[in-house]
Design a binder for this molecule. Structure first.
Ligand SMILES: Nc1ncnc2c1ncn2[C@@H]1O[C@H](COP(=O)(O)OP(=O)(O)OP(=O)(O)O)[C@@H](O)[C@H]1O
Ligand SMILES: [Mg+2]
Length: 292
């Protein structure tokens, strides 16, 4: 029987569809329980927005998924491999399939942007020649929307928005399939935030990424997220599109999406859609100028 004819195990099919599966996650710090029996599945190719009040455990959830936080109980699988049971070395194959932009950027201040991007490359591919490393880093810097010369700058020489893009360049260093972004637009002005959102969407579409995106930014949720997961009461209380979330009637969801800021983001999204619809109908109405 050819390899292609072999039946695919159900669990493997499941992990193809859901690159991240979290089941029964518990995280405790001393007396404090942050997560209690939390479960979540992230679909292949989606941008999943993750929201929740400050301190509800969004960053801890991300750290648990990428194996930086050993949970008190539960299981996390990424690409079908258990992260919770694995020793750091065992998960190495799966670790190079994701990239992470940490809350606050976490760039090494004594390294240039280019050298920061080279860190994961050197870690996973120590055999790559220095000139090639430099070329790859420069390419990632440009892919993240920074000018080429930003590769030679130190983090202290960059604006807040540029630092985010530098962090993104480092997250993209290993050509990941999965991208984790923790508050990527926090602290950016609205235009910078909208551009970053656009870039995230474009990267997802062109590189076929699955994106786990923690955010407080309502515009980001409306503009680019396929689904949104809501953290409250130590669990993921709902996952779905924003209209689906609103149907749940959960008080936090109501307050978040129907509060003044939520309504403003909704109105701006509706305006955008009307603008898009009217410009596409105008272009359809236009007589063709080309050959008859
Ligand atoms: N290493 C740690 N040791 C002890 N407590 C921790 C640790 N990491 C996180 N916590 C606690 O866990 C809770 C959740 O933290 P987390 O950083 O995940 O919140 P968050 O939802 O990301 O908040 P924010 O929106 O402000 O970023 C907080 O109360 C925090 O103090
Ligand atoms: Mg956080």
């Amino acid at each position: 029987m050819a390899a292609d004819d072999l039946p695919i195990a159900a669990s493997e099919r499941h992990s193809d569809e859901f690159p991240i599966i979290v089941e029964g996650l518990v995280n405790r710090f001393g007396e404090q329980t942050v997560h209690d029996d939390l479960s979540l599945e992230v679909r292949q190719g989606e941008i999943l927005g993750v929201v929740g009040g400050s301190g509800t455990g969004k960053s801890v959830l991300m750290r648990s998924i990428i194996g930086l936080q050993r949970p008190s109980a539960g299981n996390v699988e990424v690409f079908g491999q258990s992260i919770t049971d694995a020793e750091p070395d065992e998960a190495i194959g799966v670790r190079c399939r994701w990239g992470v932009l940490f809350q606050g950027g976490a760039l090494f201040s004594t390294l240039t942007v280019g050298e920061n991007v080279q860190v994961p490359l050197k870690q996973f591919y120590p055999e790559i020649r220095p000139e090639l490393l430099k070329d790859i880093a420069r390419y990632k810097v440009m892919l993240s929307g920074l000018p080429e010369d930003a590769a030679n700058k130190y983090p202290a020489e960059l604006s807040g928005g540029m630092k985010k893009r530098a962090g993104l360049a480092r997250a993209l260093a290993l050509d990941p399939e999965l991208l984790f972004l923790d508050e990527p637009t926090a602290g950016l002005d609205p235009i910078g935030a909208a551009r970053f959102d656009q870039l995230t969407r474009e990267l997802k579409e062109t590189l076929g990424l699955t994106v786990f995106l923690i955010t407080h930014d309502l515009d980001t949720l409306y503009e680019i997220c396929d689904r949104v997961a809501v953290l409250a009461d130590k669990q993921v209380v709902a996952v779905g599109t924003i209209p689906e979330l609103l149907e749940t009637g959960h008080p936090w969801i109501e307050e978040y999406f129907n509060g003044p800021r939520g309504r403003a983001a909704q109105a701006s999204q509706a305006r955008d859609e009307r603008r898009k619809a009217s410009s596409s109908s105008r272009s359809m109405d236009k007589p063709h100028k080309g050959k008859a």
